[in-house]
Design a protein around this ligand. Structure first.
Ligand SMILES: Nc1nc2c(ncn2[C@@H]2O[C@H](COP(=O)(O)OP(=O)(O)O)[C@@H](O)[C@H]2O)c(=O)[nH]1
Ligand SMILES: [Mg+2]
Length: 617
């Protein structure tokens, strides 16, 4: 492959790798929260993330002072990026990876060094301490890195190549099934003849262990570092002699190897696909559980609206009762008024009216007038229904409260039963306790007591004066009217104004006068009816106002009672809401991830294949 196609391939690879990384990062936010998905699957995902995170991983191992850190410094053209020393300078594992800016971070046994080198865009290096310490003190981490590595470079001092130890390590590394390259460093300390001898020796020794012709590279990191001058110039001859270029070339060749690259991207993708599939199945499987929870939520809502309607019915029953009492009072009052304005009474009252006319009744009025209307009201028990109002109104808060508490207890029992029936992992997610309220706020209906009292008092007010004045005036007008007609009748009878011949005319006139006199008598009950209507209208208006006031306060108490009910079972309803929310988002995100998985898979299959025009896609 040409370097050009190599670059294109590397870019393509990098694009897919990044998408995989993002996808797996996204999945890692979801999958640990899916009930029933084993911890093992989650750690597989984390592994997959690591794979997708590192473009290509080369682990450098070898004894202390072999020059592992120096080789990395030489490759990156920075003598001081990693500490170098004749003694074990550091006992930590260091990952070198690409970063826009040079920075370091530390987590556990592992340091990460970010550095803006183009080489690190293609490959990440893992620098390890001496082999002995690696397997003794960092066994777990070492294993992890070895598993994830693409290539292991076993770095040895050319002057002390292939000790028994090194042979043992080759054996171990072989077990990991990784490609092992033997690097003999510090060859600047050997003559060309010695170099060839050492290479032969190492190759022979390693062949036995690796079972094939091993790669043995002779390098000098010191020469490579020395070849790059501080002023930016490079001693090309020295650089070539250092042979560090061989490592660079290796990286480039690896990245030009399409099947290998594809395999590298396929591994995390496969893990992601497998875990994603299982997660989706689990989430879909929990749909029926969710349906059950929503059934509970619906039951609760339904029950709550039934409760509300029942409470409202209690209120309407009371207000109907109250309105009936006002109506009764209005009716009784009307009767009392009617009695005053009765025709038979009116007849008898004409004389009283006459007395009024001549001003004789002023004494009688003060003694009789005040009492006869009130007495009529008493007789007709007008105030009895009014006095029953407080008892009726006062029963309402207690009835509502009793219902609130009973309903809440019922809901609590229901919610507890449902929570008990939840699967154990869900049960642990219930926050708070389901319980009936310990206090009850009665202020809403207490607050209107005085308002109601005022209305009751108003209902007791008999407008005695108004009624009696009306009666008096009616009698007065009636009496005057009758007297005038009477005088007119007598005049007709005595004065004979139509002459003796017209006795019939006279008779007719007298009959008409008598008729008018009788008609006048109907005026009184009519006036009474008018007052009666006024009174019952006033009572009805008061009754409406009374009911409205009561309803307003009762609605407040009902609202309060409803909130008590909701609060008492809030842990259950909150859990259901939360579960629904979690389920919906999980499903949505998993479905989206599934689509991305399919796209990446397709792009991965197409990776490195020539496009329509024969050029690399
Ligand atoms: N002569 C020579 N010395 C080297 C070379 N590379 C490293 N060293 C020295 O070997 C020592 C250990 O190097 P270092 O990179 O820290 O080894 P590490 O322990 O494997 O990381 C240091 O003193 C380096 O200067 C080399 O190519 N030639
Ligand atoms: Mg080192």
């Amino acid at each position: 492959m040409t370097p050009d196609t190599n670059t294109k391939l590397a870019t393509e690879y990098e694009v897919i790798r990044r998408r995989e990384y993002e996808l797996i990062t996204d999945l890692l936010e979801i999958v640990p929260k899916i009930d029933g998905l084993g911890e093992e699957r989650v750690s597989q995902m984390r592994d997959a993330l690591f794979h997708a995170d590192h473009p290509y991983l080369i682990v450098l191992m070898g004894p202390y002072n072999a020059g592992k850190s120096s080789i990395i410094n030489a490759l990156l053209g920075t003598p001081d990026l990693l500490p170098v020393g004749p003694t074990p300078t550091t006992d930590r594992i260091t990952i070198l990876r690409y970063g826009e800016q040079s920075s370091r971070s530390r987590s556990g046994d592992v340091d990460t060094v970010f550095y803006p080198s183009p080489l690190l865009q293609k490959v990440s290096f893992v620098d390890t301490p001496g082999l002995e310490s690696v397997f003794r003190e960092h066994e777990e981490i070492t294993r992890r890195f070895l598993h994830r590595s693409d290539t292991v470079m076993l770095v040895m001092m050319a002057t002390q190549a292939m000790t028994q130890h090194n042979l043992d390590y080759i054996k171990i590394l072989k077990e990991y099934g990784k490609q092992v390259i033997l690097i003999l460093n510090q060859v600047d300390l050997l003559t060309p003849e010695e170099r060839e001898t050492v290479r032969q020796y190492v190759a022979d020794q390693a062949r036995g262990e690796l079972g094939k012709n091993p790669e043995v590279w002779l390098v000098s990191s010191r020469m490579a570092i020395e070849a790059r001058h501080a002023d930016g110039t490079v001693d090309e001859e020295k650089w070539a002699a250092s042979n560090i270029k061989q490592i660079e070339n290796y990286v480039d060749n690896q990245l030009g190897d399409v099947p290998r690259l594809r395999q590298k991207l396929q591994t995390p993708l496969n893990i992601a696909q497998s875990v994603h599939g299982e997660a989706l199945t689990l989430v879909r499987g929990s749909q029926s559980a969710l349906d059950h929870y929503q059934g509970i939520a619906q039951n609760v809502e339904q029950q709550l609206s039934v409760f509300r309607r029942e409470s409202e019915k209690v209120v309407t029953q009371t207000t109907d009762d109250i309105k009936a009492k006002f109506e009764q009072a209005g009716k009784n009052g009307g009767e009392a008024i009617r009695e005053q304005f009765q025709f038979s009474r009116a007849l008898g009252s004409i004389f009283r009216g006459l007395a009024e006319l001549v001003g004789l009744s002023s004494i009688a009025r003060s003694t009789v007038g005040g009492s006869y209307t009130r007495a009529a009201f008493e007789r007709h028990k007008v105030f009895e229904p009014i006095s029953e109002l407080p008892t009726t109104a006062d029963k309402l808060p207690a009835r509502l409260e009793g219902k609130d508490l009973q309903d809440t207890d019922d809901l609590v029992k229901y919610a507890r039963k449902e929570i008990d029936a939840l699967p154990a992992p869900i049960k642990t997610k219930v926050i708070g306790t389901i319980q009936s309220p310990t206090r009850y706020d009665r202020t809403a209906l207490q607050a209107i007591r005085t308002e109601l009292q005022t209305l009751e008092e108003e209902a007791r007010v008999v407008q005695t004066e108004k009624i009696e004045k009306a009666l008096r005036n009616s009698l007065l007008y009636l009496a005057a009217y009758e007297v005038i007609l009477l005088v007119f009748g007598i005049f007709i009878g005595l004065a004979n104004p139509f002459g003796t011949d017209s006795a019939s005319t006279e008779l007719i006139v007298i009959i008409v006068v008598l008729g008018l006199m009788l008609l006048g008598l109907a005026f009184l009950p009519l006036r009474g009816r008018q007052l009666e209507n006024e009174y019952s209208k006033r009572m009805q208006a008061l009754g409406d106002k009374y009911s409205e006031t009561l309803t307003r306060a009762a609605t407040k108490q009902i609202d309060y009672g409803m909130s008590l009910r909701r609060d008492s079972i809030a842990p259950l309803t909150r859990l259901i809401d939360a579960q629904t929310e979690i389920h919906t988002t999980q499903l949505k995100r998993l479905q989206a991830a599934g689509e991305t998985l399919v796209k990446i898979e397709a792009d991965l299959t197409a990776m490195g294949k020539p496009g329509l025009l024969g050029i690399l896609r």
